[in-house]
Design a binder for this molecule. Structure first.
Ligand code: NAI
Ligand code: HPV
Length: 522
């Protein structure tokens, strides 16, 4: 039965399309209470949200939930610790909506400095406030950016045409990053006192709660502009109200305690108020939808967690290695065909051996991959229930395999055991299959469609394979065919531009009489 993903938010249909294409059942209903949705879909295993609040009470309504992707950056609306305690992995989609927010911030700055909102309102009302609404320019001024992550950096880049000086406050930013943008690292106090425009782009955390205080606001230059497209909780609203009584500063706001209609307490001190529009561009929505759908699909289907915020991959383990784990196992499983392994042996070489708990689920998912979708979390249980032994072996690092993974599926046919062994590594960010059976040094990039034949070495076999594929109008993109002269065996790995049907594989097989013939798509 296919796994269910709930999208209780307004999100590009790209997410639903990707997930359905990968075999998931998708329910997308925006604006419906999560409690109601939980009643109707208690079997939900994955969820994609935007600013919807996931409290412990809401999380408890979804007993089968395994993965939540916040299609966006800020995840302060999700109780990630509670989710962790329920073994739910929460991810976000960094960078997906950054440009939309950076552009919004530039728009806010100029709208404030040139009085666009008051100009519009008063002119509509029949007034003519040309003399009163003389503004000031952004060009050549000093802009302070608090929080120099994805959005902060893009903002600096977008502002470069305005020839501004940039001050940055971010306790975690590197000197290299600052140099790249020609920005100066300062304290938050120096940033507030020295900037004509200030834009907030740090996350809402315990450390940033109410950090924009009376002292900072009082220190701002007269007539300076403060833009908050980050989070409501960062600014001390009462302090802003007090300071604004005696000082002319402008405040542009996009964020609230909750996203909902109704009166807003911040209204009297805001010069511009938008209904949390930062990420609301077509482009950002599509980017976030595509990223989120792939992340849910990879996690539930392959055990690969990318951008997890409550189960962060340990230092030294990049997500490519989880992908490698899945891919190596999937190649071995494709070789094995429909029968079930008697045993799975896993060898994690080099630094990878310490990361078994992050890699084994992906291997188990790959080794169980008959359909497009498998349930990575449940795969171990399934293996156990089928009596399949899983063995993570002691490895011999003197073999110099670097950071690589070997998956051996042990096949049992009428009591006779056969080892189907595949090894891979990551090189320059690419997933590389380095060995199948005893054919090593393959160095073959595992993506797209590959058909593999193992056969007795003799002249003319490659010609037969390529000729049959050509007659089916299938184009070959790569072909590796090392020989084992001692055993007089060869392997041909043929990467094609499209899927090769079973019928065509059988046709080739009967012509070349191979001992193994299988296709794998990665
Ligand atoms: N208005 C809107 O629609 C949107 C609002 N946001 C908000 O903007 C925030 C930033 O988004 P991104 O740039 O994508 O995230 P990011 O994670 O790429 O960047 C955040 C930056 O803040 C820095 N930071 C962390 N703690 C800090 C502190 N105490 N003081 C100063 N800097 C600190 C981090 O080092 C990092 O460089 C999000 O957390 C979210 O709350 C994000 C997207 C849309
Ligand atoms: O990505 C973020 O942090 C945002 O604030 C965007 O929120 P939204 O997806 O528009 O509800």
């Amino acid at each position: 039965m296919s796994q269910k993903v709930l999208i209780p938010t307004k999100l590009s249909t790209a997410a639903k399309d990707i997930l359905e294409g990968n075999g998931f059942t998708v329910v997308q209903e925006a604006g419906v209470d999560l409690v109601e949705l939980a009643k109707a879909h208690p079997d939900t295993e994955g969820m994609i949200v935007r600013s919807e609040k996931l409290t412990p009470e809401v999380i408890d309504l979804f007993p089968n939930l395994k993965a939540v992707v916040r299609a966006g950056a800020g995840y302060n609306t999700i109780d990630i610790q509670y989710a962790r305690s329920k073994d739910i992995t929460v991810m976000n989609t960094p960078g997906a909506n950054s440009n939309a927010v950076a552009e919004e911030a530039v728009g806010m700055m100029i709208s404030c400095a040139r009085f666009f909102i008051e100009g519009d309102r008063s002119t509509r009302a029949g007034e003519w406030k040309k003399a009163q609404l003389q503004g000031f320019e952004l060009t050549g001024k000093t802009v302070g950016i608090a929080g120099f992550g994805n959005i902060g950096q893009l903002l600096a880049k977008r502002l470069s045409g305005f020839e501004v000086d940039i001050l940055v406050y971010d306790p975690f930013v590197s000197e290299d990053k600052l140099a790249e943008f020609g920005a100066k690292n300062v304290s938050l106090e120096e940033l507030f006192a020295g900037s004509d425009f200030i834009s907030l782009h740090m996350p809402a955390t315990k450390e940033t709660a109410n950090v924009i205080s009376t002292d900072l606001l009082t220190s701002m230059k007269d007539g300076a502009v403060l833009v908050n497209c980050a989070r409501y909780e960062i600014l001390d609203e009462a302090a802003l109200r007090e300071v604004k009584k005696t000082k002319t500063i402008y405040y542009a706001n996009d964020v609230y305690p909750k996203d909902a209609a109704g009166d807003k307490t911040i209204a009297d001190v805001s010069d511009i108020m938008l209904p949390h529009l930062g990420a609301s561009s077509i482009e950002a929505n599509t980017n976030a939808a595509v990223m989120a759908a792939n992340q849910v699909s990879n996690y539930l289907g392959k055990g690969i967690s990318v951008f997890a915020v409550n189960k962060v991959l340990p230092d030294g383990l990049s997500p490519e290695y989880q992908e490698l784990a899945y891919s190596v196992a999937k190649v071995a499983k494709a070789w094995m065909g429909d029968s079930q392994p008697y045993e799975i042996n896993i060898s994690l070489y080099g630094e990878l051996k310490q990361f078994d708990k992050f890699l084994v689920p992906a291997i188990v998912a790959g080794a169980s991959a008959n359909d497009k979708v498998v349930n990575a979390e449940k795969a171990s249980e399934i293996l156990e229930s089928h009596g399949i032994k899983l063995d993570v072996r002691e490895v011999d690092d003197s073999k110099n395999y670097g950071e690589s993974i070997t998956v051996d599926l042990i096949k049992s046919t009428n009591g006779k055991l056969e080892r189907l062994s595949v090894r891979g590594t990551v090189a320059e960010g690419n997933i590389i299959i380095s060995r199948i059976d005893d054919f090593d040094k393959l160095y073959y990039a595992a993506d797209g469609f590959s058909t593999v034949f193992i056969y007795n070495d003799r002249p003319g076999v490659l010609a037969d394979i390529t000729q049959i594929l050509a007659s089916e109008s299938i184009n070959i993109e790569d072909l590796r065919s090392p020989h084992n002269t001692e055993k007089k065996r060869s392997i041909a790995i043929v990467k094609t531009n499209s899927e090769v049907s079973n019928e065509v594989i059988n046709k080739i097989n009967s012509k070349i009489d191979s001992e193994a013939a299988f296709q794998v798509s990665l």
